[in-house]
Design a protein around this ligand. Sequence first.
Ligand code: ADP
Length: 315
Amino acid sequence: MNIAILCSGGDVSGMNPALKRFVEYAKEKSLTPYFIYDGYEGLIDNNINEANYSDVAGIITRGGTKIGSARSKRFMESKYRKIAKKNLDQLEIGMLLVLGGDGSFRGLDIFYKEHGVKFCAIPSTIDNDINGTDYCLGVDSALNIIKTSIDAIRDTASSFSRAFVIETMGRDCGFLALISHLTSGSELCLIPEIEYDLTKYEVEFKKQIQNGRRYFIAIVSEGIQQESQEIADWFEKKIGIEARVSILGHIQRGGNPTVKDRLMAYKFVVNAIDTLLDGREESVICYDRFGFNFKSIEEVTGKKKELDKELLSYL
Ligand code: ADP
């Protein structure tokens, strides 16, 4: 039996460890592993090759994905999905693992309904915004990059008596900002899930400066209603401290995968292949405090993910 893997949408650090485990575990299970390059684009263009141990040698330490990722407008059209199915049939590939976010999963669901290609989807996005799973591949690596960045910015902020507004990714999900705030000791955290009123911090922050505070760190999520520069302007005008903005941007997606992401990649892949071999044809593998479980695409994409209430209560 032949099985293939592809990466779709935003890449994350942890995809390469997943590819390595995919090749090893498929072979352990007497399956022939295939790589589909550049997401659904490669599926349409027949950019599909059998994968071997040598393809994954040494990649466990690298962020990104060796087989590329892409967004594919063509996969939205049924005529291209038909071509994709033909390509899989030619190589007798009947099972698919997809590393991606909810957009990629929606495409996969349609592909299954039209053509019956069995799949298991592995949530992979640094935003951690996929409903039904507490963890998405890549999140821990992103959090560690953010931690290192904030620690470095703190050094310069303290030397210069400045406020730093540090913007994290996450689209409309404040998970990265919230965790980074709680674990870096910042003074202010603004996320899309919580309405805020800056005026309520003014008296307190000014008092802190009078009592000797030399600098502020504010962590803001990219999805809040104001630009980060506006928050910096507020620090200058209302709090009376020089302010700078630091938008972390795509460095959050890259870098050496952490131990947690390597281990999660390993377990996601093993459990995903096992479930396909057990006969479950169309699922997303999810993770919570009880371990792994499997959900339908509808369950995962039908509802917006809510942040953990306990974590929110600390804000
Ligand atoms: P992510 O998976 O990170 O959320 P996107 O939302 O950009 O990323 O989706 C990735 C790709 O998934 C799209 O470029 C497209 O090829 C495919 N896709 C998303 N939605 C659909 C859909 N409704 N029908 C078919 N393909 C889709």
